[in-house]
Ligand binder design. Sequence first.
Ligand SMILES: Cc1nc2c(=O)[nH]c(=O)nc-2n(C[C@H](O)[C@H](O)[C@H](O)CO)c1C
Length: 123
Amino acid sequence: MPGELARYIAVKGSVCVDGVSLTVNAVDARGFAVGLIPHTLAVTTLNERKVGDAVNLEVDLMARYVARLLGAGDEPARAAAPPLTREALARAGYLDDAAAGYTDSGDRSDATCLEAPVSEDNQ
Ligand SMILES: Cc1nc2c(=O)[nH]c(=O)nc-2n(C[C@H](O)[C@H](O)[C@H](O)CO)c1C
């Protein structure tokens, strides 16, 4: 796991692996652990992953907001989090779209996920 992502991953928090939302069960210095239920294995490509494969990781938006709020003066943390707006929260599923006055256009070009490739080299 790239070091810059480790700060955003916490037990019981969410992480996206190859686009699949998962719950973090454990974290240590080497990385994090998740459990995979049969449904997830059946309907995603995660059952094709082998030890050492590179995967796409996306960390939780709320974790990045917290890091941003706590990270005054920490430029990487501040840059990683988008501005905290009702629309951004609605896009991420934390607010009802209508209540936020936001209509989903389906356009994810301004998506707020922080992505990083993971390989054996940077674990
Ligand atoms: C939050 C979450 N956590 C897990 C998990 O820890 N393990 C797991 O196997 N599946 C989880 N899921 C469900 C998957 O995101 C879902 O099965 C896929 O996205 C396919 O719909 C979800 C939604």
